[in-house]
Write a protein that binds this ligand. Structure first.
Ligand code: AMP
Length: 182
């Protein structure tokens, strides 16, 4: 696998554990020679992910929109920065550039991006892996919601069968790459 898209908060979160997870994800991607595709921001967890991957010698591709670029909200040190006219065009390029998708903790922007690729996978429009990094139990309530949706007959394939959930970046990437852990 050569490139993975990371969706994650443009904010830092209140607990340093979230920034640490973004750092670790950047380092682990770089260590495996995997290009990190992300939203191109210079704030919050997004910025930390990009900085840590770049510091570790990794390749980071940002995909932003003109409106954010105009507000100077983009990372200036990326390996590549794509500036798209609309949010839809931006998500399409992030999809096209990536072989898998991982959501780290974040807010509604992160959920929206994750659920779009997950929905499209469930509809059979693609078969790229979709994953949630459950740092500090952050995504446990979302898992509960999806379990409820399956129990109540609103999800044909339970999320346990269709997305990958791991607690650390190293475990996540090893599982995505199909490596044994031990
Ligand atoms: P949120 O989780 O609401 O902080 O939104 C983060 C997600 O939405 C990221 O994965 C980005 O792709 C997108 N996003 C939100 N804010 C920005 C920003 N300032 N610059 C670039 N992308 C952003």
């Amino acid at each position: 696998m050569q490139s993975i898209c990371i969706f994650l908060g443009a904010s830092c979160g209140n607990d340093p554990i979230y920034m640490d997870a973004a750092s670790a994800m950047g380092r682990e991607l770089a260590a495996r020679g995997i290009t990190c595709v992300y939203g191109g921001s210079c704030t919050g967890l997004m910025n930390r992910l990009a900085d840590s991957a770049l510091e570790a010698g990794g390749r980071v591709v940002g995909v932003t929109v003109q409106a954010l670029k105009d507000k100077e909200e983009f990372h200036r040190g990326l390996s590549e920065l794509h500036v798209m006219p609309t949010m839809h065009a931006r998500k399409k390029l992030m999809f096209d550039l990536s072989e898998a998708f991982i959501a780290l903790p974040g807010g509604i922007g992160t959920y929206e991006e994750f659920f779009e690729v997950y929905t499209h996978r469930q509809m059979g429009l693609h078969s790229k892996p979709c994953a949630l990094l459950n740092v500090n139990g952050f995504y446990s309530p979302m898992e509960l919601m999806m379990r409820k949706a399956a129990q109540e007959g609103f999800m044909k394939t339970p999320h346990e069968e269709s997305i990958l959930i791991a607690e650390t970046p190293a475990e996540m990437l090893d599982r995505l790459l199909g490596l044994p852990r031990g």
